[in-house]
Design a protein around this ligand. Structure first.
Ligand SMILES: NC(=O)c1ccc[n+]([C@@H]2O[C@H](COP(=O)([O-])OP(=O)(O)OC[C@H]3O[C@@H](n4cnc5c(N)ncnc54)[C@H](O)[C@@H]3O)[C@@H](O)[C@H]2O)c1
Ligand SMILES: N[C@H](CO)Cc1c[nH]c[nH+]1
Ligand SMILES: [Zn+2]
Length: 436
């Protein structure tokens, strides 16, 4: 793990300090994903089964949630069930409240423009499950999709070796109102949702995070002719912590390891104004990682980690805006004072008590967030992700008399005579009606 002093770095060294792990954009991975997608697009179910068996050892299967959840509920403890219900309630509360209202205004008397929100007809949801069954991600996507009123939701997740559904995923699906789940993962699952394969329906939009294979597949299908929309670039997890001298090194290290344990390609970065804290966290990270069940993943991810010493919190905020992390923790004594300077981050955790883990599971906002610098232009998943705005105009005769001539003038400036005549034709009809 590198410790760097920001003021000593030139521009190239700063770019290198904030670079994402190279493995995420590997050329062989891109080519492998392209082959899978083209095969599934061109040959459908047979190609899907071939790739699923080659990569994950089993063909896709449709699993009915009601049946799986009945058995799964018996496998979960009361405490586990209660925690999942609390998460469901908080996520639903946040997304129900975030549903946007329709808008109707008169831009001129009698010229009414409305903005009406409509759910997307069909959405594919990817639930990661390669190294851990992320039932929480199912909740973070299906609950806002339901809040938006999406009528057709297809859920995919990687298969388990025995062909059953992970109990927590089954219960999360039931709590979120999902009927069925396809056990298929990786780029092949994204291709199936993008173009349809067998009974897996083609979806207008694909949402959800995943490893580099999944993230790359979403980018590729979205760029293809006839391909779906996607939510956002949501690849391997990232956390930047900005810490001052008051921060607890143990808590900072714990938060960093929380994201490092997701994936060898995950990236965690500490930016601190305190060189002593930097040293302490650098020593703690490998020490605390050693006792984790997923230590191999966490230690591999720590190879991508950085500790950056900044001269001030204002400079730390500039570094965060340059990096645009998926998650940004403000482990500082006055987080609200720094918040106005933060422009680029998927989700911010303000103050020592606001654990990133709370956001992952039960604070209420979705944990599906932009990675790889996507936070410069994207926010995380919200109810808006599953809605689109449709505008409607209506015009009274009085408004028509005010706008037809200027509209025709504007059309003629662009040399579009047919547009001009379409505006004026209404005046003629209206005048004829008035004199008849
Ligand atoms: N950004 C976010 O909002 C967010 C949220 C949750 C999780 N995540 C990330 O999701 C990821 C989950 O990763 P995961 O691996 O556990 O599950 P995953 O479901 O994303 O990926 C597993 C699938 O990848 C495919 N795959 C793996 N290696 C392959 C290879 N060599 N060739 C072809 N296909 C291959 C397989 O089909 C496998 O089923 C992590 O990186 C985690 O950090 C991100
Ligand atoms: N931190 C992940 C997003 O990067 C989400 C997650 C799911 N489970 C635990 N964490
Ligand atoms: Zn997490």
């Amino acid at each position: 793990m590198k410790t760097l002093t920001w003021s000593e770095l030139d521009d190239n060294a700063r770019d290198a300090a904030l670079a994402r792990p190279a493995a995420r954009a590997d050329a062989a991975l891109r080519e492998g994903v392209r082959t899978i997608i083209e095969d599934v697009r061109d040959s459908g179910w047979d190609a899907l089964c071939a790739h699923a068996e080659r990569i994950d050892g089993t063909p896709p299967k449709r699993i009915a949630v009601a049946l799986a959840a009945e058995d799964a509920r018996r496998r979960l403890t009361t405490e586990q069930m209660r925690a999942m219900q609390l998460a469901r309630a908080n996520i639903a509360r946040f997304h129900d409240a975030a549903r946007p209202a329709d808008l109707s205004i008169e831009t001129l008397p009698g010229l009414t423009v409305r903005k009406l929100w409509r759910p997307i007809d069909s959405v594919g949801i990817y639930v990661p499950g390669g190294t851990a069954p992320l039932f929480s991600t199912l909740m973070m996507l299906a609950i806002p999709a339901k809040a938006a009123g999406v009528p057709n939701i297809a859920v995919v997740t990687p298969p388990r070796p025995d062909g059953t559904l992970d109990p927590a995923i089954a219960v999360a699906a039931e709590l979120a109102g999902i009927d069925a789940i396809w056990s298929v993962g990786g780029a092949q699952a994204i291709a199936a949702l993008a173009f349809g394969a067998g009974d897996i329906p083609r979806c207008a939009k694909i949402c959800g995070p995943g490893n580099a294979w999944v993230a790359e597949a979403k980018t590729q299908v979205a760029a293809m002719a006839g391909g779906p929309a996607i939510d956002l670039p949501a690849g391997p997890s990232e956390l930047m912590v900005i810490a001052d001298g008051d921060a607890s090194p143990e808590i900072v290290a714990a938060d960093l390891l929380g994201q490092a344990e997701h994936d060898a390609s995950a990236q965690v970065v500490l930016v601190t104004t305190d060189a002593t804290l930097a040293k302490r966290v650098a020593a703690l990270l490998p020490e605390l990682a050693a006792s984790l069940p997923r230590r191999d993943i966490a230690l591999a991810s720590l190879d991508n980690a950085r500790i950056i010493i900044a001269d001030s919190l204002a400079i730390a905020a500039d570094i965060a805006n340059l990096y645009a992390p998926e998650h940004l923790s403000l482990a500082i004594s006055d987080p609200d004072a720094l918040l106005p300077a933060i422009r680029n981050a998927g989700a911010v955790f303000a103050g020592a008590l606001a654990a990133e883990t709370f956001g992952d599971y039960l604070a209420g906002s979705s944990h599906v967030l932009p990675t790889d610098g996507g936070a410069r232009a994207w926010g995380g998943v919200t109810v808006h992700t599953f809605l689109k705005a449709m505008t409607v105009q209506s015009v009274t005769p009085a408004a028509l008399r005010k706008i037809a001539a200027p509209a025709a003038t504007l059309a003629r400036i662009e040399g579009l005579e047919a547009h001009a005549r379409a505006a004026e034709a209404r005046l003629v009809t209206q005048n004829a009606g008035a004199t008849a």
